[in-house]
Write a protein that binds this ligand. Structure first.
Ligand code: PMV
Length: 325
């Protein structure tokens, strides 16, 4: 009753922003992401006879009550599916630098979904794993698959049609994704809270819903044609639109800092000088830059020269989940 799995994190190009069901984690809109190499979580799960509760160890340390509860709530779903009654010991190693602004919850819940379901004796398809991972964190449903992935929002109330699908494998199209860390304070609003507040109070949210499925279509077509300019352009527009919806929330949610704007301006200048580079920003101050491999070094060096840039990490499209034991 033991298993170990590895999952990479992902970055959304068309964002998931807003839930239609908070408990089942069903999204208002479909989203598209790239699974990244290099930033991952490895998790082992063992269901044991002698445990009186679940144990969650992250990077060799026992975690706080709030974290333990999230994991136990997730394991309850696996226990219900498998009819296993035992508690589990969960051991996770996170190679996602939290300061890099990547959500470790995406790789974390994707790895946990695989390891816990296998340890409980379930043999789930990729689609079923994606739906299970979604129950931990929405973006995790995309990390089950490698490369370019779409999360189909689905229509059903119970969420059985809301899961990831692979659009293009990581081997089919290599581009560069640079994670740009800028000097910033600790973020005050989680993505969960930010999206909830936006859905409930922002007058701009209806504009998001009216246009996001069109953005999805443009991105899908760009991925199919491997049209970098079109994909980068729609990703940048979509990220700005997501942030615009938050500015209209009550109270407003603003994740950008001085460094965020410096990087955004720099990328727009690069583009004017003929280098195809685009940015996207999640619920935080850091910026992710998309560029072609042939321009990777040049874009990397130019970003490091900006006064508010602290570090730049280079990634490429990576693989989906794998079992290690
Ligand atoms: O899955 P969560 O709850 O970490 O939310 C992710 C929200 C964004 O990162 C802003 C967008 C996305 O699609 O990943």
């Amino acid at each position: 009753m033991k298993a170990k799995a590895k999952a990479n994190t992902n970055i959304a190009l068309i964002k998931y922003w807003g839930k239609r069901d908070n408990e089942l984690i069903l999204p208002m809109n479909s989203s598209i992401s790239i699974t990244l190499d290099g930033f991952y979580t490895i998790t082992s799960v063992e269901f044991k006879e002698d445990l009186k509760n679940d144990i969650f160890i992250l990077n060799n340390k026992e975690t706080e009550d709030k974290e333990q509860k999230k994991i136990s709530k997730f394991l309850d779903i696996v226990r219900e599916l498998s009819k296993v009654k035992l508690y589990a010991e969960v051991n996770s190693e996170n190679k996602v630098p939290t300061a890099a602004g990547f959500a470790s919850s995406a790789s974390g819940f994707a790895a946990l979904a695989c390891a816990s379901s296998k340890a409980a004796g379930l043999s789930l398809s990729e689609r079923e794993l994606s739906m299970l991972a979604r129950r931990g964190s929405g973006s995790a449903c995309r990390s089950i698959f490698g490369g370019y992935v779409k999360w189909e929002k689905g229509e059903k109330l119970e969420g059985t049609d809301s899961h990831g699908v692979r659009l293009l494998s990581e081997k089919d199209w290599d581009i560069s994704i640079l994670s740009v860390m800028v000097a910033s304070g600790k973020k005050k609003v989680s993505s969960r809270e930010g999206m909830k507040r936006t859905v409930e109070t922002s007058p701009f949210y209806s504009g998001w819903l009216d246009t996001v499925e069109k953005d999805i279509k443009i991105a899908e077509e760009a991925i199919r044609l491997k049209d970098f300019y079109s994909l980068g352009n729609i990703a940048e527009e979509n990220a700005l639109k997501m942030h615009a919806t938050m500015l209209g929330a009550k109270p407003p949610v603003l994740y950008w800092e001085h460094g965020t704007l410096e990087v955004m301006g720099h990328i727009q200048n690069l583009r004017e000088s003929g280098i195809p580079a685009f940015f996207t920003i999640d619920a935080g101050a850091n910026v992710k830059v998309l560029c072609l491999k042939e321009n990777e070094n040049m874009v990397y060096e130019s970003l490091l020269k900006l006064s508010s840039v602290m570090k730049v990490l280079v990634c490429h499209p990576g693989s989906g989940v794998s079992y290690l034991e």
